[in-house]
Design a protein around this ligand. Sequence first.
Ligand code: SF4
Ligand code: SF4
Length: 356
Amino acid sequence: MEDFNDKNCLYPPHKYLQNAVFKERYIKPNISWRASYLNGKRGISRVFRIPFASLMKKFFLKSYFEKRVLQGKVDLPYLELVLTTKCTMRCESCNNLMQYFEPQKQYASTLQGLKESLEALFKRVDSIQRLRIIGGEPLLFKELPELVEYLEQQDKIYTFSLVSNGTVDFSDDLLKALKHSSKFRKVTISDYSLSPNLKIKREQESILRNLKLYKIPFSLDSSGENAKWTDPGKIYKRNRSKEKIIENFHFCKMPCVSLMSAEGIRNEEGKLKENAHALAPKGAIFVCPVASSLSRLKGLEEFEGDFINLEDEKQRFFDFYAQDFFKACDYCHDWSKPRKQIPIAIQSDTIFKLEP
Ligand code: SF4
Ligand code: SF4
């Protein structure tokens, strides 16, 4: 068993296993991602066609991950790696808050910065079941082929995938890197053909042709002829009580934990600030992309306690998955209320403000 300083820990290790939030956010998704990994990648799905084998698998994985917690081993079920907040589109209802970023204040990571963040992470975690590369538009990240090669070499990553809005063609280098990766799962292309006012040319046909040519698995994220989005509403601080903020988190249950490197924090004039990331010099992990984007728009200090500093001790990872109070959840609309349906990907030139 590794050293756990119980004094600073929300719980001693065995208590995490009695925490309902931890079970929901950590144990359950670890079981489900590892089960899908074993079914697909390892090619042993036929074993689980035997009656009761699926139940046995879940039972076995549950006790496996619980034991790992007691041993102080950290297994991240799912992690989104945010490369940039820049996007070729500007959807006024972007769930990742791209519509709130001024051009000179965008987050743009570098391969070197991401490697520093991931290496700090690998010192503390024992496995990452599934990593997803996201943006903004991740194809705007020039070193994407090198990043794919780097991720492929990391023993602690089981599988990774990539999502793109289908407006930037894949380079030959990227296609080759994806084709040669044994851990790469699939490209998800979001189909925005039903956007009522799309201002940029879609490269979907050429991208899909190339993905087929290189035999790279992909899916087209298309919701059919009647495609609609659910209105995420405006994002701003609502000054709810702590209980109401926790309630909002429980209604939302967003599983998309996201990592941003410590790069490119800018001041009001758009100039890079020195020591701006003092609370997380190697980068941080947030509860969701709304929270990671908010940390850029408002500053990390505003959200102290919400995120994992990548240089934190191992037990902070368990604490993070056991907590249900995140200041960022005060900025979201009330998840208990129904939301209206809106056309997909409405484009806007406006830079939104974090206000009602
Ligand atoms: S395509 Fe639209 S929804 Fe997707 S990241 Fe860009 S702005 Fe956001
Ligand atoms: S900030 Fe909280 S309520 Fe909003 S999407 Fe993220 S987890 Fe959900």
